[in-house]
Ligand binder design. Structure first.
Ligand code: NAP
Length: 241
């Protein structure tokens, strides 16, 4: 399936991996609804870059836990109902204690919002494709980032179960990146220190994640799959106590 002329809503896509997905899809001819929350300047700059590629780009701003329904409604209005793909990319990645507050805030943004956006998306359209961005952390156990780890495990279950529930009209898949970018504010020494855990002994790049997303969007027969883009890290699952 060619992607040219289709339209994708990508959450949290002003910067980093989301930005890469937006640019990668735009180069395939996909119109982009670029969602952002706080990164307005980056979003405006990226909009110009995407339009220079020759596709349409609309901006939708909002905090996902409060505004997820409005964000999808706005995306529908702006595109006159012509959405084809939903990429649930936005997430929060703190090393946090297991408290009710942390669990609620992280699981809300990383798991419940993608679930609710996917269900709303499927109610508004007759067919479409959803890609959830997971994390290869789900192959092991991580208590340092336990709320985040749990939120991505939950999103994995949501991905596979919605693939079944929304079939045959919607395909739902996941991409699970490994070591790709250091957390905001850290430099590449973060990745250098961890790459010995990766069977391929290197960290990945954003394009490698983007290629997996494009592959899944081009397929008309794959659903309920998780593609690990992690240099084989999921084969030697890490336990962080
Ligand atoms: N970085 C990696 O190496 C790596 C590894 C494994 C998995 N992943 C997964 O890949 C995806 C992208 O990773 P990333 O590192 O590029 O992500 P990121 O920079 O940590 O976050 C992406 C965007 O999410 C948005 N966001 C966060 N909380 C939000 C909220 N409450 N409401 C609205 N937007 C919110 C932010 O938008 P604004 O900036 O506009 O506020 C942010 O720019 C994530 O799902 C992550 O879990 C990344």
């Amino acid at each position: 399936m060619y992607l040219k002329g289709r339209t994708a809503l990508i959450t949290g896509s002003a910067k980093r991996i989301g930005r890469g997905i937006a640019l990668g899809l735009a180069k395939e001819g996909v119109n982009i609804v670029l969602h952002y929350n706080t990164s307005e300047e980056s979003a405006l700059r990226l909009k110009d870059e995407i339009e220079e590629i020759g596709v349409k780009c609309w901006l939708v701003k909002g905090e996902l836990s409060k505004d997820y329904a409005k964000i999808l409604d706005n995306a529908f209005k702006l595109t006159e109902g012509n959405l084809d793909f939903l990429i649930n990319n936005a997430s929060i990645f703190p090393a946090s204690k297991v408290t009710m507050e942390n669990l609620n805030s992280i699981v809300t943004v990383n798991s419940w919002v993608p679930l609710l956006l996917s269900l709303d998306f499927s109610r508004k359209l007759s067919k479409g494709k959803i890609v959830n961005i997971l994390d290869s952390i789900i192959s092991g156990y991580n208590f340092e980032r336990y709320p985040y780890f749990l939120s991505k495990k939950l999103l994995e279950i949501i991905t596979v179960s919605l693939a079944l529930k929304l079939s045959p009209s919607f395909q739902v898949n996941g991409v699970a990146p490994g070591l790709i970018l250091p957390p905001e504010g850290k430099d590449n020494s973060y990745l250098e220190n961890l790459k010995s855990f990766v069977p391929m002994k290197r960290y990945g790049n954003v394009e490698e994640v983007v290629n997996a997303v494009i592959f899944l969007l081009k397929s008309d027969f794959i659903t309920g799959q998780i593609i690990y883009v992690d240099g084989g890290e999921h084969l030697t699952p890490r336990v962080v106590l």
